[in-house]
Ligand binder design. Structure first.
Ligand code: ASP
Length: 306
């Protein structure tokens, strides 16, 4: 049994770990933990209190994948609902589809009785107003493309809850949730709701998930690529290193990206391409792991590459 949780959101890991210890399936254990993070206003890049887009709307993304069947469900640009991870899980359970976005995702959330919420908190509204003023946007009017291009400081703008688990039965699952890149262009999807990019789970080999600049994970199909490397016999550490090496081959790959992976034998590895903030600082990237008989999750720092 193992749980690997990134980024810096630790509020739900105890819940997921306890459920795993009680014998719940991987997927059934991950959803309640991530829901806690989504409901926690202090987690500023997920759910309630998450970063809004450049116009002030909080657009949430999330996904789940069941390693037993590789069934997946995801939502993108979901507005006005608190728990994208649950809406994503319901997409998997109730529709013959994998991904719903925007108005369709909102309609589905309403139809399935998902919990509504005003996601933009006063604190975030203040940050938004400052950001807009600093980037030439007044009352949402101005050069949006220029503002979004200039507003990509990794030190202040990201974060995704990604959970990977293997349960007592040996089954593997992945689940993700984020408000995406802060001050993004409206409608932008990152890697978090894209199976194969931001998350992937396959009982036969393992699971992987990404946080950070989602565009890089989409362009490299990173979560699937990492699991496919394990399929060819690489260890989980080799797979993560090779996955990130491929990102570093992109002309702009030296950016903010973190890759988490587990195999199906209890091994895990997490590494980061760390971006330098616009102020020149480096920030240490950490994640949480619980394994075997551990009663609690341990905080760990990811290995830096690139
Ligand atoms: N991967 C997320 C996205 O691109 C953001 C993050 O994890 O920092 O939307």
């Amino acid at each position: 049994m193992i749980l690997v949780a990134g980024d810096f959101h630790n509020s739900g890991t105890a819940t997921s770990w306890n459920l795993l210890r009680q014998g719940k399936s991987a997927l059934e254990s991950l959803e309640p933990g991530i829901r806690e993070v989504e409901a926690n206003e202090a987690d500023w890049s997920v759910g309630l209190g998450g970063y809004p887009n450049a116009l002030g709307e909080v657009e949430l993304d999330g996904g789940v994948m069941d390693g037993r069947t590789r069934a997946s469900g995801a939502v993108g640009s979901l507005r006005g609902y608190l728990h994208p991870v649950s809406v994503a899980y319901n997409v998997m359970k109730q529709l013959p589809h994998v991904l719903l976005v925007g108005e369709g995702a909102i309609r589905f959330a309403a139809e399935t009785g998902a919990e509504k919420a005003e996601l933009l908190t006063d604190n975030m509204r203040e940050n938004l107003v400052k950001w807009q003023a600093g980037h030439g946007l007044v009352d949402g009017k101005g050069d949006l493309i220029k503002a979004v291009r200039a507003g990509m400081d990794p030190q202040h703008s990201g974060g995704t809850t990604v959970y990977l688990a293997q349960d007592a039965n040996g089954d593997i699952a992945a689940a993700t949730s984020t408000s995406g890149w802060a001050w993004k262009y409206p409608g932008r999807l990152g890697d978090t709701p894209i199976a194969g990019a931001g998350f992937y789970a396959d009982n036969r080999f393992g699971a992987a998930a990404c946080t950070g600049r989602g565009e890089l994970a989409i362009r490299t199909g990173l979560a699937r690529f990492t699991v496919a490397l394990m399929q060819t016999g690489r260890s989980v550490e080799e797979a993560v290193r090779e996955g990130l090496a491929d990102v570093l081959r992109l002309p702009d790959g030296h950016n903010d990206l973190h890759l988490y992976a587990i195999d199906n034998k209890g091994n895990y590895f997490v590494a980061s391409i760390q971006a330098t903030s616009m102020e020149g600082g480096i920030f240490e990237h950490f994640y949480y792991v619980a394994q075997g008989d551990d009663e609690t999750t341990q905080k760990k720092f990811s290995e830096r590459v690139g």
